[in-house]
Design a protein around this ligand. Structure first.
Ligand SMILES: [Zn+2]
Length: 413
């Protein structure tokens, strides 16, 4: 008897240790799994252990933790350009002057939360100093929000001599910036003409490269885009006036292009009464933005038709737009004529690559972070499904599960 008990004890010990060190696998099955690189699996199961994906299996085998039925699973979506700090104030109008630090960070936190609930598990925020604290808070794993990458500050034509600009880039590196945000052109209201000199751009993008920092450049006019590409900058934002030769130049030089055609201007127009007569949000400004929507429609068609152009997904989301980020994916398909699968790849693995995170996020495969979402419908036949996010997992933690189970009961994680 004693011998048997001892054997039993010995047999149980390794299992107990294993249970402590290896978390139980979580199995998520759905009618469709789109992996982020262009592949789709039917009746597939994503297996998650702790914060990582350990396998993506075809077929209906094995027990299931989350049976997502007819839903479609995608990698967590990525927005490479969203301003989490922009918000409406207590009076419902755009707050262009900062409130107290506590108010500002709480508005940012709200925006982070609604962005995560919309299926975006990673965002890049240009030019908001308190992103540093927000990034750290979300990374601690208690407050729900997307993974945040930040430029902290911005560089523009007033940032000084080339030497002063290099100093500023080095300081950004010391302060923990993930990316350098650069304004190379004016707004579309002024024709988007180049504002920084070639020497300033060379200093900004050259020093960033030396420091191992990525660069994203606000540039509208063809000549400001050309100057940025020639300065070795990594990514161009907006590009309302980008013509086919400029688009081809970006493609030839392997520069990422982040057009923002489906969210930002539409949001301004929808919320006109909340912005009007604050700063430069004049009637004239709104007339320019209405024209901008049309210019974008032509530009995005040309961009999608440009071979090898590395299109990433960014919204330029401002106050009123947070949580509507997926409208950009819909616009890619409806306005730009992009194939739904290509638009999804753009918002997942391609955007991950632009952030140099292609080995950890943006793809559903063994070894990747368990960032995944489920949408109601098949986005390959109806792209608006990406706006109906009913399940969100980030780093192996479920933050949203509002789908109904096969029996009609609400899902409870
Ligand atoms: Zn922006």
């Amino acid at each position: 008897m004693r011998i048997r008990l001892a054997l039993l004890f010995i047999a149980l010990v390794p299992a107990a240790i294993a249970a402590q060190t290896t978390p139980a696998a979580v199995r998520i099955r759905a009618a469709r799994v789109i992996d982020g690189t262009g592949k789709v699996l039917s009746n597939a199961t994503v297996v998650v252990s702790g914060s990582k994906i350990t396998a993506v299996e075809s077929g209906n085998s094995g027990a299931v933790t989350y049976d997502l039925g007819r839903l479609t699973v995608l990698p967590g979506l990525i927005d490479v350009h969203a301003h989490l700090g922009w918000h409406f104030g207590p009076d419902g109008r755009y707050a262009n002057r900062p409130g107290t630090p506590a108010e500002e960070i709480l508005y940012s936190a709200e925006n982070a939360y609604v962005t995560l609930m919309a299926g975006f598990t990673t965002i890049q925020s240009p030019g908001q100093a308190n992103d540093v604290e927000l990034r750290a808070a979300i990374a601690r794993g208690i407050f729900p929000g997307p993974r945040v990458l930040t430029s902290i500050r911005v560089l523009n034509e007033n940032s000084g001599t080339p030497d002063e600009i290099r100093d500023k880039v080095r300081q950004l590196k010391k302060d923990g910036a993930d990316v350098v945000k650069i304004f190379a052109s004016a707004s579309i209201r002024d024709g988007g003409k180049q504002t920084m000199t070639d020497a300033q751009l060379n200093a900004a993008c050259g020093e960033a490269k030396a420091q191992g920092l990525r660069t994203m450049v606000h540039a509208h006019s063809p000549e400001s885009i050309r100057a940025s590409v020639n300065a070795g900058c990594d990514q161009i934002e907006h590009g309302v006036f980008a013509d086919p030769p400029t688009l081809k130049l970006m493609a030839d030089r392997g520069v990422y292009f982040d057009p923002n055609v489906g969210v930002v201007l539409q949001n301004y127009l929808r919320n006109k009464d909340r912005y009007l007569n604050i700063g430069n949000y004049t009637e004239e400004g709104f007339a320019f933005m209405e024209k901008g929507v049309k210019l974008n429609e032509a530009m995005i068609r040309n961009a999608v038709a440009t071979p090898n152009l590395k299109l990433v997904l960014g919204t330029d989301a401002v106050a009123g737009a947070h949580g509507h980020n997926a409208d950009e994916i819909v616009a890619r398909v409806r306005q730009g004529g992009q194939k739904p699968m290509d638009a999804i790849v753009s918002a997942t693995s391609m955007s991950a690559k632009s952030l140099r995170l292609e080995k950890t996020i943006g793809t559903l495969a063994a070894g990747y972070d368990a960032d995944l979402v489920a949408v109601d419908g098949d986005p390959l036949t109806d792209i608006t499904a990406v706006t109906r996010v009913v399940f969100v997992m980030k780093g192996g933690t479920v933050y949203k599960a509002t789908y109904q189970t096969a029996r009609g009961a609400p899902a409870v994680p």
